[in-house]
Design a protein around this ligand. Structure first.
Ligand SMILES: [Zn+2]
Length: 86
């Protein structure tokens, strides 16, 4: 199976940031934040045999990549917060 690792990382990281932020926590806003974040990051496809390996990959994610993802998430949260879909 091929996964977009970037999507997995973003989906796993967004809840932490939403938790710390004063933003609506509904599914709509979560999906919006994920979509906005992913649109500003390059996809990163990886062939994996099962989802277990995603955790392994996550642990080896470079510091630079984590920081890039975090910045994009913060920007996306800001955008969704100002213009919620509902
Ligand atoms: Zn919402």
């Amino acid at each position: 199976m091929i996964f977009n690792i970037m999507e997995q990382l973003v989906r796993a990281t967004v809840p932490d940031f939403m938790e710390k932020n004063d933003i609506c926590k509904c599914e709509d806003c979560f999906e919006d934040v994920c979509a906005l974040t992913l649109n500003s990051l390059p996809p990163l496809y990886k062939r994996l045999s099962d989802r277990q390996e995603i955790d392994v990959f996550r642990q080896s994610t470079s510091r630079q990549l984590s920081m890039d993802i975090n910045i994009k998430i913060i920007n996306a949260i800001d955008t969704v917060k100002k213009n919620p879909r509902h």
